[in-house]
Design a protein around this ligand. Structure first.
Ligand SMILES: [Zn+2]
Length: 144
C-alpha cells in the first residue's frame, strides 16, 4: 500500500491560498467603480459576509479532477457583494487544501466551513500585518 500524502500544516495552507488570493488584485467594484489595489485595502474597505467555504468540500468532493475552488464574500461600501475565489488555484494545490480540510474535520471535529473560516481569518491577519510593515518601512507619512 502506498503511503497517504502528509497532511499540510495550517501555515502551509495559509501560504498557498494567500498567494492565490493576492493574484486577484487589483480588484474593482463593478457597481461603484471603487478600486481595491491590494488585499489589505479590500479587507479595510469591505465588510465580510457569510462563511468562507470550499465548494468542493461542500459537495463532499475531496479529490476532484477539476476543482471548483473556494469562495469568500464581502460587501463593498456601496452594498454590492464582491467575491474572492480560488477557482484558478492549481489542481495539485487544491488537493492539498482539501486534504488538509478533510484531515482536520476528523482531527479537530470541525466542519469544513469552520476550517476554511479559520484560514480566511489568518489570511486577513497576515494581509493587514504585511501592509503595516510596508507602510512603516516606507517614508510615507501617515495622514492625520
Ligand atoms: Zn462598490
Amino acid at each position: 500500500m502506498s503511503k497517504p500524502p502528509p497532511i499540510p500544516t495550517d501555515d502551509e495552507i495559509v501560504d498557498t491560498i494567500y498567494r492565490v488570493v493576492l493574484d486577484l488584485f487589483p480588484k474593482t467594484c463593478p457597481n461603484c467603480g471603487k478600486r481595491y489595489p491590494d488585499l489589505a485595502s479590500y479587507i479595510r474597505g469591505t465588510r465580510k459576509i457569510g462563511p468562507a467555504y470550499s465548494l468542493d468540500a461542500e459537495m463532499d468532493s475531496w479529490r476532484p479532477s477539476v476543482p471548483v475552488g473556494g469562495i469568500a464574500m464581502a460587501n463593498c461600501a456601496c452594498g454590492t457583494t464582491l467575491a474572492l475565489t480560488t477557482e484558478h488555484m492549481s489542481v495539485e494545490d487544491s488537493h492539498r487544501v482539501l486534504n488538509w480540510v478533510k484531515a482536520n474535520m476528523n482531527k479537530r471535529g470541525m466542519s469544513s466551513e469552520q476550517l476554511t473560516g479559520l484560514i480566511r481569518e489568518k489570511i486577513r491577519e497576515r494581509a493587514l500585518k504585511e501592509a503595516e510593515t510596508t507602510a512603516s518601512s516606507s517614508s510615507r507619512t501617515p495622514r492625520d
